[in-house]
Design a protein around this ligand. Structure first.
Ligand code: HEC
Ligand code: HEC
Length: 210
């Protein structure tokens, strides 16, 4: 909790300085540009920030990015009382207009894809076996599948994927009655037996590249 408060304070002060900078000039900037505060938490060029547990956005599929922003905005994601990181993100999306979301999706699409740094070291062989049941949706190389609504996992921050899988397993994410895609993933997350199985499958995903 303490960590979260510290992170929030850092973010709020960073946001305030952004606002005062914007006030000094930039008269011709469109209103939607004001909503480009994402890098404050997600890191410069959207490469992810482990201190705030905000994942990499650079390289994310446009359709997935849009759906997550809409789901956060609608409270379909990030409203479960125990979804600590989701609750940090939810208000960031709550005030976005459709125009802002389109602007952000285009903006993020300009960032260069950089694979995230590897931070876990589980059993890759066991992870490979477990991943076979994930491949039907996320793709053999974890490249994602738009038709099934399953995002790419290759190159994403491993610490973030671990939190997400645990959150799905615990019902902190994907349990909202309108979360059509999240509920599918919630069911699938139950096939991973324990925390070690989660670490193993993510360690295998780390070996795959986009
Ligand atoms: C206060 C810090 C903060 C700010 C500012 C912020 N985010 Fe986030 N964001 C987070 C955190 C923390 C998470 C992880 C949520 C979770 O674990 O479910 C997240 C998650 C996300 C996700 C989900 C990624 C995925 O793989 O499902 C998207 C998309 C996202 N943010 C986009 C944005 C965009 C776009 C902006 C700017 C409009 C933004 N965020 C601003 C903290 C922030
Ligand atoms: C039935 C199809 C399906 C299968 C099988 C499946 N997933 Fe998913 N997964 C999804 C969908 C759909 C989403 C997006 C949920 C959303 O929109 O919130 C998702 C989301 C995720 C996320 C969150 C990504 C992010 O950026 O937030 C992770 C991590 C993940 N899956 C890992 C796995 C792993 C590991 C397995 C195998 C044990 C697996 N999935 C099996 C459909 C599937």
């Amino acid at each position: 909790m303490k960590k979260l408060i510290t992170a929030t304070t850092v973010v709020l002060s960073a946001l305030c300085s952004t606002v005062s900078l914007a006030a000094e000039g930039d008269v011709g900037v469109e209103a939607s540009m004001d909503d480009r505060y994402c890098t404050t938490c997600h890191g410069a060029e959207g490469i992810g920030n482990i201190a705030i547990e905000a994942p990499r956005l650079a390289g994310m599929e446009a359709w997935y990015l849009k759906r997550q922003l809409e789901n956060f905005r609608a409270g379909i994601r990030g409203t479960h009382a125990e979804d600590i990181q989701g609750i940090a993100m939810q208000p960031m999306a709550a005030k976005l207009s459709d125009e802002s979301i389109d602007d952000i999706v285009g903006w993020v699409g300009e960032w260069e894809y950089v694979a995230a740094e590897i931070t876990v070291d589980g059993n890759v062989n066991q992870g490979r076996t477990a991943y076979q049941s994930c491949a039907s949706c996320h793709g053999a190389n974890a490249e994602g599948n738009e038709a099934l609504g399953a995002p790419a996992l290759a190159g994403q921050n491993d610490w973030y994927m671990i939190t997400q899988i645990k959150n799905f397993r615990a019902g902190f994410r994907g349990a909202h009655s309108e979360d059509t895609y999240g509920s599918q993933m919630l069911a699938m997350s139950k096939t991973l037996r324990d925390d070690q199985a989660v670490i193993n499958v993510v360690s295998y995903i780390n070996t795959l590249q986009k």
